[in-house]
Design a protein around this ligand. Structure first.
Ligand SMILES: [Cu+2]
Length: 145
């Protein structure tokens, strides 16, 4: 009886082990695939800020602004002061009032549309500047270094 229980326990542990290995492999494969898909638009990371997506094109810092988890993605953007910043709105992802984008402390406001989804400016003052949609539902921080 107790032998049988022991056997079952080791079986369960074995199955769990296999499941964990399969999950690891799937995650690794998915990461590899998504890396491949990002070639070209991928990303020179600015500073240490995790998922920040800044592409450097000559003297221009390009950010592709989309939506993830009902908020702007990236929600933290690090750029260098004195160099041109180009924020390109992803019109598939930006819906509703998220298209009305503002950086109040810089006096910037922009409504992204299918005809005009590019916001360009050159930050001259270092610091942290909050950005948000017009209703303050989507929020984030522009870090100028
Ligand atoms: Cu909003």
């Amino acid at each position: 009886m107790s032998e049988e229980i022991k056997f079952k326990k080791s079986n369960i542990i074995g199955i769990l082990g296999i499941v964990i290995i399969v999950v690891f492999v799937l995650v690794a494969v998915r990461n590899a695939i998504s890396k491949d898909n990002n070639i070209g638009t991928d990303l020179v990371k600015g500073g240490d800020s995790g998922g920040n997506k800044v592409v450097i094109d000559g003297d221009t810092q390009i950010i592709n602004l989309g939506v993830a988890n009902y908020n702007y993605d990236p929600s933290e953007i690090s750029v260098k002061s004195g160099k041109s910043v180009k924020i390109i709105g992803n019109m598939q992802q930006l819906q509703g009032c998220l298209r009305a984008f503002t950086i109040p402390k810089m006096g910037i406001s922009k409504v992204f549309s299918n005809k005009d989804n590019i916001l360009e400016f050159t930050p001259t003052q270092k610091g942290r500047f909050g950005f948000s949609c017009s209703m303050g539902m989507g929020t984030g921080t522009l870090i100028v270094e």
